[in-house]
Design a protein around this ligand. Sequence first.
Ligand SMILES: Nc1nc2c(ncn2[C@@H]2O[C@H](COP(=O)(O)OP(=O)(O)O)[C@@H](O)[C@H]2O)c(=O)[nH]1
Ligand SMILES: [Mg+2]
Length: 393
Amino acid sequence: MMDSSPSNINSADTSLSSAQLAIGRGAPGMRREKIFKKGQMMVKLNEENKVSIGMKRRTNEEEFETEVGNALKLFLERVTTEGYAFNIALIGASGCGKSSFCNSVMTAFSVGRWRERAMTGHYGGHGRQVTQHLLSFPKTKYLDSEDLMEYNYPTLVDMNGFNDSSDNLVEELLRIVFFGRLPREEKLVDAANIYRTSGLKRLKEHYSKNYEDLKIDRIIFIASATSPPPKCLMDAVTQIARGENRVIPIFGVLTHKDKIDPDGDEYQTLEKDFKEGLGLQDNRFLLCTSYCDDYDKLHGKSRLDQRHPELDIPILRFMEQVCDPAYEIIRDSLPYGQDEHSPAPEITTTVTSTDPPPSAGCEKSKRWTLTEYKMWGIGILVVVIAILVVWYS
Ligand SMILES: Nc1nc2c(ncn2[C@@H]2O[C@H](COP(=O)(O)OP(=O)(O)O)[C@@H](O)[C@H]2O)c(=O)[nH]1
Ligand SMILES: [Mg+2]
């Protein structure tokens, strides 16, 4: 489990150069540089036993700031500027904290304060969910520093919660999402309605016609540490992500850390069940608190006014694992409907799709790296110059 307590800061953190700190946050890195120098000065005073209680608190904050810089630096080393940005699906039951976690990740990645990019909350047991559509958050929607844009920050995919079941419909909906066949901003419930009115075969036909977009590279399964893990849904996700030909790495997050006793027997049993259900090792698991109303109340200050490095650090470290290209997707180029357990349906009907026409950039197997884009740009420029030279000579 990842611990973010200040006592865990190792001496290497404090030897981090100010230039390294600046890498992470562009202009605000300058602020961090100043803080870091001030922090060193305070350590000196501490040695001389001249630190007041208030100053001690401040030193902790500064150590946290340093650790955020370090976690961010390690994250950037992992995502690099080569390759492509991963699409990460946040899957879980309704109300477990998917959207709150999504916002917390985007806050940890950005320079500014928390913003409600993914809508959170509930309607108090009326069965209606706040998130109804498949929403995607590419880096352009959450990064607020131009310096970071060239890095392959992931696209986070938030959607409404699934029921804790593992029937044909849930499995097919997961397949549709994982294979990138549910168009952005479309409702999962629309797919469920096709199933209800016309059956599984028609559902497969419909989504086989859609163009491949947002094909999922990583799954983060989210559950709350305050309620029993949704075992049927966990089974369905592991079955679709691991049991078929295209194998996607799964990670697990338990939210609501602030509401439980992490050392208590009850929680320990829940964590064990969760990890075993998803086949997780510690490096693919995180217990965390997200930015939320309860945490604001605990601190007596709104997340609109302050950041919480103690929340950001474990999330950054976890995301460093999630975005590690070392986890390979087996048979990545396999399209929807071509896996063993769900053979390609014969398309007999015409289904009107609202999707944009296919483009080279949509197909994941054809996703271009930055270098490839640059090479194409140079190539086109050379051709244009050649035409102009021939024209004027
Ligand atoms: N105390 C606490 N509340 C949380 C945490 N994460 C989410 N919540 C709350 O749980 C409720 C549902 O969260 P939301 O992100 O909308 O869940 P979703 O339906 O899975 O997207 C909201 O009231 C959040 O404020 C957490 O880590 N701790
Ligand atoms: Mg939500």
